[in-house]
Design a protein around this ligand. Structure first.
Ligand SMILES: N[C@@H](CCC(=O)N[C@@H](CS)C(=O)NCC(=O)O)C(=O)O
Length: 268
């Protein structure tokens, strides 16, 4: 745990969604950093809790995770990971973490679903458009937050374009190729037998790339891992860490848990 984490006093509150990629980064970093926190479930899929005015007041970006500390609020998973484990001290860690955050993981996940599923190709753009309209309705109802809701509606207008049915197959292929390229790069680096990505100690680079590897399994690219022996060894080591199970990293879709969470009967 970092000094500022130790000094902050009150138990931090993590707003998160169990299935969300960036929430997993926050959970893993906090678990690895030994920071106990209260977890608050946000239903980003059905109730759109991230758009409720009370949530928008703590995170105007309307995303999960959000970490509420005694003296400040962190709304980026990277900031949460750096708070939990210490800001990147060296250029190598920074460059691995930059590489990770430069990659739009949702274009792999959603692009893949859309590319494979014709029904999703019809439903998801409609849903994105409905969300955009809902954001504008929130803007009309909450004048004090109108510009924030309007900015978010603009993001959804962009998403409608990104996930346009005609473009999505190509987009998802490109993201798959890039993801495989990252696994090659990891294999090359880990090939010298190192146990963490940037020796000597486990750090933020391990957090983000562990969650990335979990997403590879989730997105159907898991078979690429055993083809790369050093990566396979690293992935086994990362999964064996106590923080991995504490953080609840999804490597496959758990429909029952998704519904349980929404009904309030899952773990927080
Ligand atoms: N840059 C943010 C991204 C967070 C993010 O995109 N979270 C997704 C879930 S994985 C989300 O909240 N999506 C809901 C939405 O966009 O309405 C971070 O690293 O924390």
């Amino acid at each position: 745990m970092t000094e500022s984490a130790k000094l902050s006093g009150a138990k931090p509150r993590l707003y998160h969604t169990p299935s969300s990629y960036y929430s997993m980064i926050a959970r893993l970093a906090l678990a690895e950093g030994g920071i106990a926190c209260e977890r608050v479930f946000v239903d980003i899929h059905f109730r759109l809790g991230q758009q409720q005015p009370d949530y928008v007041r703590i995170n105007p970006g309307m995303t999960v995770p959000t970490l509420v500390l005694a003296d400040r609020i962190l709304v980026q998973s990277r900031d949460i990971a750096e708070y939990a484990l210490g800001a990147p001290p060296d250029p190598e860690t920074k460059s691995w973490v930059d590489l990770h955050y430069g990659y739009p993981i949702e274009e792999l996940t959603f692009g893949g679903i859309l590319a494979r599923n014709p029904l999703a190709r019809i439903m998801i753009p409609k849903r994105l458009e409905a969300t955009r309209r809902q954001l504008l309705a929130h803007a009309a109802r909450n004048p004090d937050l109108a510009s924030i809701y309007e900015a978010r509606a603009a993001v959804f207008a962009e998403r409608v374009k990104t996930f346009e049915p005609d473009a999505v197959v190509k987009l998802s292929e490109r993201r798959r190729t890039e993801a495989i390229g990252f696994m090659d790069r990891l294999e090359q680096t880990l090939g010298d037998g190192r146990t963490v990505l940037v020796p000597p100690a486990y750090g933020v680079a391990d957090v983000v790339w562990t969650v990335f590897l979990g997403r590879m399994e989730f997105a159907g690219l898991g078979a690429e891992i055993p083809r790369r022996p050093a990566l396979a060894r690293y992935w086994r080591t990362m999964q064996a860490r106590p923080g991995f199970s504490a953080a609840d990293i999804w490597t496959k879709f758990h429909v029952g848990r998704l519904i349980g969470g929404i009904l309030g009967i899952g773990r927080g």
